[in-house]
Ligand binder design. Structure first.
Ligand code: MAN
Ligand code: CA
Length: 207
């Protein structure tokens, strides 16, 4: 546009007023085109941001909704320092306590000294204990020798297979069960060991 203006100026050599009117005409045209183009650009931009039905906006809107769904799914089923496994949360203690104090520690965090419900869980807990150290579970025969009862009052039934070879041997009075090496062992309840608490995982199905 600038080139045309200079060229036109060179070709036409009328009087001062004529030159001025020609010059103004070009200037006006120049200005008008700038104003029109700017107006058009602003209109397009405003329309683009305002109208939810513009194709670009719809795409952004869809992406935002998808992002919201994903953020909503970012729900932690277990608290900080608890481990999630098959819909339950487990706490592996870092300090050691006797069996009764371990049971209390779990109650204090609205959990229970672990009760084993299935083979998968047993395997997961046994492996973790093997790494972290011998740990108490919620099983004892303190009330009646040889009668193993879970901490919720239910009797030990099908999981006798998890006792280590030769256990439980009640060696010098052993009434509490621990995870030791590849299976369970009865040990003196007064000995300080790690412990494992269990509680239900938080549900993440909110909208
Ligand atoms: C240690 C203790 C006992 C256990 C035996 C097995 O003495 O852990 O509870 O029965 O080892 O050899
Ligand atoms: Ca034993």
């Amino acid at each position: 546009m600038m080139t045309i203006y200079v060229e036109a100026n060179k070709q036409q050599q009328p009087g001062f007023l004529g030159w001025l009117s020609h010059r103004n005409g070009f200037l006006m045209l120049h200005l008008l085109s700038i104003v029109l183009l700017t107006g058009l650009l602003v209109a397009v931009l405003v329309q683009g941001f305002k109208s939810p039905s513009s194709p670009g906006n719809e795409k952004i809107y869809k992406q935002l909704m998808q992002l919201k769904v994903e953020v909503d799914r970012l729900c932690l089923p277990c608290s900080w320092e608890w481990e999630s496994f098959n819909g339950k949360c487990y706490f592996f203690s870092k300090s050691q306590r006797n069996w009764n104090d371990s049971a209390t520690a779990c109650q204090e965090v609205e959990a229970q000294l672990v009760i084993i419900d299935n083979d998968e869980e047993q395997s997961f807990l046994q492996q973790t204990s093997k790494k972290k150290g011998h740990a108490w579970m919620g099983l004892s025969d303190q009330k009646q020798e040889g009668k193993w009862i879970w901490i919720d009052g239910s009797p030990l039934r099908s999981f006798m297979k998890y006792w280590n070879k030769g256990e439980p041997n009640n060696d010098r009075e052993e009434d509490c069960a621990e995870f030791k090496d590849d299976g369970w062992n009865d040990a003196p309840c007064a000995v300080k060991k790690y412990w494992i608490c269990k509680k239900s995982a938080m549900s993440c199905t909110r909208n």
